[in-house]
Design a protein around this ligand. Structure first.
Ligand SMILES: C[S@@+](CC[C@H](N)C(=O)[O-])C[C@H]1O[C@@H](n2cnc3c(N)ncnc32)[C@H](O)[C@@H]1O
Length: 287
């Protein structure tokens, strides 16, 4: 990076990319961090935006939560690259994620997709390169699919994005991916339905004043099961177990909550992997 700051003027759902970057960079700056991400620190230092005034000076719980989520996605990408070292990773709603630099094996091809205003900022901070590029396009616009080289395997990620879309739109997106990319997988995360409903009522407010935009799609076990019926190519829907984080909350409480059926549905982060196969063979929702 050239030392110049890039002004960020984003609002609504586009602004959430600065919110998650803020917390990931906080986690990465923590000396004993569970997330190694020097690029996130480089990027946040190059953005002209009042991060602390808007999101606060640091909520350790959120930062660790974002670190756990990012590590969960990294693990999914590394698993994919073991079988498809030259494959294509598509990151829908990529924002200012620096995951490419955390997991790059020197061969992967990476396509980031985000709304035009976010993609423009990303391209100024993280310019396109031969194996890594950003497409200004809504994830709901199927034109991004034309840009994907599916010949060596495809993994589609939607980190922190699908909850901002209505349920029927998400189902159509999954349907489109299933039809277009048989053999691929989609990994996404959602809040539980009760938490999404809180954001819709405007109940989630940071002490610094920031209110995340309404989350329109939350997960329940029933909804997770229903995803199997979205398209005949949906071969399996699996709940992905998050890696252990640091501290009492992410290191102990959340992993413990995952083991207890009575509270598992209350957990704040649900990561789901949908596998697309050419033929349907129901495997149910499994952990
Ligand atoms: C919470 S941020 C997550 C960014 C990044 N994935 C991360 O984890 O840091 C949500 C991102 O989704 C993007 N987004 C929301 N709706 C979108 C859509 N319809 N198409 C593409 N991107 C979208 C936003 O612009 C934003 O960058």
């Amino acid at each position: 990076m050239d030392g110049q700051k890039r002004k960020a003027q984003l609002d609504g759902v586009a602004e959430t990319t600065l919110w998650t970057l803020h917390h990931r960079a906080l986690a990465a700056k923590d000396p004993g961090s569970a997330l190694l991400d020097p690029k996130a620190i480089e990027v946040i230092d190059a953005v002209d935006y009042p991060f602390e005034r808007r999101f606060g000076t640091g909520n350790w719980g959120y930062a660790q939560g974002m670190a756990v989520r990012a590590r969960c996605y990294d693990r999914e990408v590394r698993r994919f690259l073991r079988d498809h070292p030259d494959g294509t990773v598509v990151s829908l709603g990529e924002g200012l994620e620096t995951q490419f630099w955390r997991v790059d094996n020197g061969r992967v091809h990476w396509l980031g997709v985000d709304l035009p205003e976010v993609a423009a900022l990303r391209k100024r901070l993280l310019p396109d390169a031969p194996r890594h590029r950003t497409l200004p396009c809504s994830a709901t616009d199927t034109r991004w699919m034309d840009e994907v080289d599916a010949s060596r395997g495809v993994l589609i990620l939607a980190q922190g994005m699908l909850m901002y879309l209505p349920r029927d739109v998400v189902h159509r997106l999954i349907e489109g991916c299933a039809a277009r990319f048989p053999g691929a997988e989609l990994v996404f995360d959602t809040p539980p339905a009760w938490m999404a409903a809180r954001t819709e009522r405007g109940r989630w407010k940071y002490p610094a004043g920031y209110r995340p935009p309404p989350m329109l799609w939350g997960m329940t076990p029933k909804e997770q099961r229903k995803l199997r019926a979205v398209h005949p190519n949906v071969a399996a829907v699996r709940a992905v177990r998050e890696p252990r984080g640091r501290g009492f909350l992410c290191g102990w409480l959340l992993p413990l909550a995952n083991l207890l059926p009575a509270v598992r549905t209350r957990r704040p982060l649900w990561v789901t992997r949908v596998s697309f196969g050419p033929t349907k063979h129901h495997q149910g929702v499994s952990r």
